[in-house]
Design a protein around this ligand. Structure first.
Ligand SMILES: [Zn+2]
Length: 375
């Protein structure tokens, strides 16, 4: 992952820290300076942030491990100042599974909050508990905060932020977990494409309210968050509608039968010439017995061109080839090309012989075909 520092790998999932995470330390220093915090108070504040991010990390593991139960892998977990993201390879499509994967994250924070509150209740001095109660009900100016032990303040703050995290995450709008929970529940009645449309609309309506409220009350962060939600809702809806469209077509609807077969022992020069003078950009590469060896894509060809590496054999530049059958639905092709960034996919007939290809341009044709169809 670019611009991110790898922390460790847990449960087989790499955890990254995004570079913007450094901004948190700058914020803490700035806050400590402007509020005149002592060194100890600054250390406690830093500790609270670190503990909070540990909770966010556990939240993301909640999603990732729930997804694993349904055979969905998690590429990585990235921690950013605004929260974490578990990048699942896909969302399980059965509504009940999506529901469980989406709710698993917030549930982790519910459990953390409950454990903390029980510990506080069992271990804290009753006098301090009473002071906390006064601070909560009558405002913090009615107690001498300094008399409450730092550890207790830390625990109550951490429990509180976990509860805020849950409430915030359960806002029923994409890309929040609440949006997915809401969509999953709707899907059980209406099917996924329609449920996504409704959930996206509701999410955007809520987001508009957030933006207006934020601007009206000078809560700039809320307004930014609202914009973020609007974008999230739109891209989620686009993705699901595209997937719905793809699932109604099969590979044989758009397969291209005319394609150039390159040989592994050809020079890169022949790939460069083909790319320059034809519409093809990615190629299947075969050995002398017509076995598929792999693919070579535009990026490698341009690289070779820039390095004037024209006489090296194509076989040295190969990528693994992905294959689909003529009868497959376009969903898998869409996943390979749009999500995995594969440039070209080989297409086989029922006997396993390679008869054609689909590339990124070919896939885009589906959208045009259906646009023409509309009155
Ligand atoms: Zn989450």
């Amino acid at each position: 992952m670019r611009g991110a520092l790898k922390l460790f790998t847990g449960f087989g999932i790499p955890v990254f820290l995004h570079w913007t995470f450094g901004l948190i330390f700058i914020y803490i220093l700035w806050y400590a300076q402007s509020e005149g915090l002592t060194i100890m108070e600054t250390v406690w504040m830093t500790g609270l942030f670190m503990a909070l991010f540990l909770c966010v990390l556990l939240h993301e593991y909640g999603h990732a491990l729930a997804a694993r139960r349904y055979g969905v892998k998690t590429r990585d977990i990235v921690l950013m100042p605004i929260g974490g993201v578990a990048r699942l390879e896909r969302m399980p499509e059965k509504p009940i599974q999506e529901f469980i994967v989406a709710i698993a994250g917030p549930l982790v924070n519910v459990v953390i909050a409950i454990v903390l509150l029980v510990l506080i209740w069992l271990l804290a001095d009753p006098i301090h508990l009473e002071m906390l109660q006064v601070a909560f009900t009558q405002g913090s100016e009615n107690v001498v905060i300094e008399e409450i032990p730092q550890l207790l303040q830390f625990a109550i703050n951490l429990a509180g932020t976990n509860i805020v995290l849950v409430l915030f995450n359960m806002i029923p709008a994409f890309p929040m977990d609440g949006g997915r929970v809401f969509r999953a529940l709707l899907s059980m009645k209406t099917g996924r494409p329609k449920a996504t449309k409704i959930a996206a609309w509701v999410g955007q309506a809520i987001a508009m309210l957030l933006v207006m409220y934020g601007l009206w009350n000078d809560r700039f962060m809320l307004a930014v968050l609202g914009l973020f939600v609007i974008l999230g809702a739109r891209s989620e809806n686009d993705m699901v509608q595209t997937e719905d469209l793809m699932s109604r077509f099969s590979v044989k609807d758009i397969v291209r039968y005319q394609f150039t077969r390159l040989r592994a022992n050809d020079w890169m020069l022949s790939a460069i010439e083909l790319m320059k003078h034809s519409l093809e950009r990615h190629f299947l590469v075969f050995d002398l017995n017509d076995n598929l060896m792999g693919v070579i894509e535009e990026d490698q060809i341009i690289q070779a061109m820039n390095k004037s590496d024209v006489t090296s054999e194509i076989g040295n530049h190969l990528h693994r080839a992905e294959t689909v059958k003529l009868s497959d639905s376009l969903l898998r092709v869409n996943y390979l090309i749009r999500q995995q960034g594969v440039g070209i996919v080989a297409v086989t007939d029922a006997e396993g012989a390679i008869v054609g290809v689909i590339d990124d341009r070919g896939l885009a044709k589906v959208v045009r075909l259906t646009e023409r169809r509309k009155p």
